[in-house]
Design a protein around this ligand. Structure first.
Ligand SMILES: N[C@@H](CCC(=O)N[C@@H](CS)C(=O)NCC(=O)O)C(=O)O
Length: 221
């Protein structure tokens, strides 16, 4: 199988983190770039969304990071990243959907405000307020699912929840200081505790390192 992906995409990073954690890198799943680039006619012919990540399983190409992660767990059950307990499994899926449905859409208006010369300060203030509400939502979801402290969002080991959440909060922690919010998670101790510990896990450090390098290259930092 081939995973079409890129270093900076947090959606691709979610799947790469899973692939690394399960030992599938070059051992069942090959990492590749989208043929012709994302949104190219060539790539859109194989993947109607034109986006990365997408998993080429030979007879077809599967898009959407969360769907890909679930498929990989189904096909490669060794080193499971989904808990067997149904409530914990629901919590993993809930945190994964939190990232897609709440964190990324609320973060995206701030991407256009990174350049101080064109910044709309009222839009930044409003965006940061919305993000604070989103951080509060995350902390409550995390604690309702039993999290107290440590590196794992659900239970006592790495799950697909960490694969989804860590790349998302990596972006938050890298970009908010550029908008004047330092530290990024000020006032959210549980989130800061979780992200601080989770991002030090070896596979998390590997993907955030890859993302950080790509982000620095993009921002010219
Ligand atoms: N919901 C999708 C989002 C994927 C996505 O937005 N990927 C971006 C990169 S972060 C992309 O491929 N953008 C290129 C484009 O739209 O041409 C998922 O979870 O996989």
């Amino acid at each position: 199988m081939k995973l079409y992906q890129g270093a900076l995409s947090p959606f691709a990073a979610r799947v790469r983190m899973q692939v690394y954690a399960k030992g599938l890198d070059g051992n069942g799943i090959e990492l590749a770039e989208a043929p012709g680039g994302t949104s190219s006619p060539e790539y859109k012919a194989m993947n109607p969304t034109g986006k990365i990540p997408a998993l080429d399983i030979g007879k077809r190409v599967i898009p959407e990071s969360e769907v890909i992660c679930e498929y990989i767990e189904d096909v490669f059950p060794a080193n499971p990243l989904r808990p067997s307990d149904p409530e914990q499994r629901a919590q993993v899926r809930l945190l994964s959907r939190f990232v897609d449905l709440y964190l990324y859409p609320r973060m995206s208006p701030l991407y256009t405000q990174l350049d101080p010369s064109t910044r709309d300060t009222a839009a930044v203030t409003a965006g940061l307020k919305t993000l604070d509400e989103t951080f509060d939502m995350f902390e409550r979801l995390l604690k309702d699912g039993g999290y107290r402290s440590g590196a794992f969002a659900v239970g006592n080991s790495l799950t697909l929840a960490d694969c989804a959440v860590v790349p998302g909060f990596f972006f938050v922690s890298a970009l908010l200081p550029r908008l004047g919010r330092t530290p990024a998670f000020a006032g959210f101790d549980t989130l800061a505790e979780y992200y601080g510990a989770a991002s030090k896990q070896p596979v998390a450090a590997r993907v955030t390192g890859e993302m950080g390098k790509a982000l620095a290259a993009m921002l010219g930092a």
